[in-house]
Design a protein around this ligand. Structure first.
Ligand code: ADP
Ligand code: MG
Length: 627
């Protein structure tokens, strides 16, 4: 229901009205405060009524209604208005805080573009983004949001990738560059080939993750929900005894006159009700996590829920995949070693043809490297084995492209000289090997030393690549251990052993990493290069593939947890102290209760909002990485 007066309007009205009422006496006070009760409190009363109709008696609106109306009926007119006024102030702060942290998440929500310009039969047509098929040519102009993941065919443009990656510096895109949907063209004009449908593109994937995030509550959040389910009825029951039964007993014992006792203890019981509202906890703890997730999202790190965020706060071991995670996954072909009697071009054709269905970085490089005359027609059947390679059938012949394990498992006899990044076989006969090179990410070393500074004791590399290559990279980056030539099940076994006694953070990108990402205490996937399976299985995703986001994610998680804990302790201590003071009669004034309650809520909310401001990571300077 649309409310007639805004929260801010009601607060102003309430403050003004109360200021005036302090200068009045007698009946005018009664009339003025009665009017204020209605003006300031009607949304609260209406919600309480709805709560009663839903049989949800113990919600905070109900508590506030009973407390304020009770105070009014007991003759404490100004206090009655005060309760409502301060409650409204608390709500105002809550709504503002929620709106702000929603804002950064909504910025991500906005990235889904709805239309695209495609080139069909030489004409530019405007269609729904959903209608763009893989392989179609799309036209991108300045100001446009990229509708589907695509590869640039021609043109030159400046692209703002911040919505997808959190990177604030625009990148220049020209022929061959892959662009993710959701990014915005700043200037220039491009034609590009769609490489994914809208539903499989980056923007849609990110949105799904964001939606998933709100369902996963952190331990602390779940605790609060359970806590308030016990706490509120307990305090309300106590208040009922205090205000309803105790005066009668005291009167029977001859302590005083029944009416006076009821008035005195009734007031205390109402004050109790005000304090019994667990608003500060109920609002501020989930808000802290919400803020942390929102803040991380605006920095390009997507957490799939509060529980995932808290899981990454204190890793003691970090295990990382190599290809695509520590390296860029932009392979280039370095050398070909065909077996005796095999032509180089045929070897490369076989590899490129078999890899047509794969999105593995090696597959992309092999397809790019092939420039021969024999056309690359798609194979008749294809199967990709994660962490091993591909098996393709072409013109009735079986081709194998992958590592040593793939070939030997399929009965290919390998000569001793067979050495390379991938080996190729046709119909059980070894065709040769191809060696590909990949560059280490420039920020990898810095990211590792920052994680070490944050308390990670051990770094382990788990890779499917050959030991010779992997060990060089592991040593250069300062890893403590390196396990190479691992098949997916090998990675899994290592991760299982590692996470037995330690808190394990695993970072990976490939299909072969998906089981491990799910098994580790916390799994982080590379969002740009990462396979769908990895992104799906991970607890968090680094959208821009920048490894420096790892230490940043740890810091965001720590800050968020700290804030949530501060709020829990602060609110509990103040509440319990207030209850004790009221019960013992040191303070029975309702103002005191209102201040304690709303004050705590507002302070806790403001504190929770700090979680939204992410500790920014320092950029990795050239040269710093070598140090
Ligand atoms: P990691 O990321 O752990 O290093 P990879 O995904 O690169 O593991 O796979 C390990 C090895 O398996 C590669 O070095 C390569 O030999 C082989 N492999 C995996 N997928 C493919 C593929 N699509 N084509 C060729 N070889 C592959
Ligand atoms: Mg990998």
């Amino acid at each position: 229901m649309k409310l007639l007066i805004s929260e801010r309007g009601r607060i102003l009205l309430g403050v003004l009205g109360l200021a005036v009422s302090f200068h009045l006496k007698g009946l005018p006070v009664l009339f003025l405060t009665a009017a204020l009760m209605i003006f300031v409190g009607y949304p609260v009363f209406l919600d309480a009524l709805r709560g009663i109709l839903r049989r949800d008696l113990l919600d905070e609106k109900f508590l506030m209604t009973v407390a304020s109306l009770g105070a009014f009926l007991l003759g404490e007119y100004v206090e009655g208005v005060g309760v409502l006024l301060f409650f409204t102030v608390g709500e105002y702060f809550e709504h503002r805080a929620v709106a702000r942290s929603r804002g950064s998440i909504r910025a991500l929500m906005d990235i889904r573009p709805d239309s695209a310009t495609v080139l069909r039969f030489g004409e530019e047509l405007r269609v729904d983004a959903d209608e763009v098929a893989v392989g179609e040519t799309i036209v991108l102009v300045a100001g446009e949001r990229i509708p589907v993941d695509c590869r640039v065919l021609s043109g030159d443009a400046l692209v703002d990738t911040s919505a997808v990656s959190g990177e604030s510096i625009p990148v220049r895109a020209s022929c061959g560059r892959e662009l993710l949907s959701g990014c915005v063209i700043l200037d220039g004009r491009l034609t590009a080939e769609a490489i994914a449908e809208a539903d499989d593109s980056a923007a849609a994937r990110i949105l799904e993750l964001v939606e998933e995030a709100s369902d996963n509550k952190a331990k602390q959040e779940a605790f609060i929900t359970k806590f308030s389910r016990v706490y509120t009825p307990l305090v309300v029951g106590f208040a009922a005894l205090f205000g309803g039964v105790l005066p009668l007993i005291l009167a029977l014992c001859g302590v005083g006159e029944v009416g006076a006792l009821y008035l005195e203890y009734g007031k205390r019981a109402l004050t109790f009700l005000v304090v019994s509202c667990p608003c500060a906890l109920v609002i501020s703890v989930p808000l802290s996590f919400f803020g942390g997730i929102g803040g991380a999202a605006s920095a390009g790190i997507l957490f799939k829920g509060g529980n995932r965020l808290s899981a990454i706060a204190h890793p003691t071991v970090v295990a990382m995949d190599k290809t695509g995670t520590l390296t860029k996954g932009e392979f280039s072909l370095l050398s070909l070693s065909p077996a005796c009697g095999v032509e180089q071009e045929y070897l490369l054709w076989a590899a490129a043809m078999a890899e047509q269905g794969s999105r593995h970085p090696i597959a992309l490089a092999l397809r790019r490297a092939y420039t021969g005359e024999k056309p690359l027609s798609p194979p008749d059947a294809l199967h990709e084995y994660a962490g091993r390679g591909v098996v393709a059938e072409f013109a009735g012949r079986a081709f194998l492209v992958g590592n040593r394990a793939l070939l030997t498992e399929n009965g290919v006899a390998l000569p001793d000289s067979a050495e390379g990044t991938v080996l190729v076989a046709e119909e059980g006969r070894y065709l040769g090997a191809l060696t590909l090179g990949d560059a280490v990410r420039p920020e990898a070393k810095e990211a590792i030393s920052r994680l070490r500074a944050l308390g990670v004791r051990r770094f382990v590399m788990l890779t499917g690549d050959s030991p010779a290559h992997a060990e060089g990279v592991a040593h250069a980056l300062g890893f403590d251990e390196c396990f190479a030539a691992l098949l997916p099940e090998g990675k899994y076994a290592h991760v299982e052993a590692l996470s037995e006694h330690e808190s394990l953070l695993f970072v990976g990108d490939g299909m072969n990493d998906a089981p491990v990402l799910a098994r580790a205490d916390v799994g982080v996937a590379m969002g740009g290069i990462g396979s769908d399976a990895a992104i799906e299985a991970a607890d968090a995703v680094i959208l821009s593939d920048d490894l420096l986001h790892l230490p940043q994610a740890v810091r965001i998680a720590r800050k968020t947890l700290r804030i949530a804990q501060e709020n829990i302790v602060f609110a509990l201590v103040v509440k319990l102290a207030t209850l004790a003071l009221i019960a013992s009669g040191v303070f029975s004034n309702m103002w005191f209760a209102v201040f304690a309650d709303v004050g705590v809520a507002v302070i806790a909310i403001l504190n929770a909002m700090r979680a939204m401001h992410t500790p920014r990571s320092k950029p990795c300077l050239e040269g710093e990485t070598n140090g």
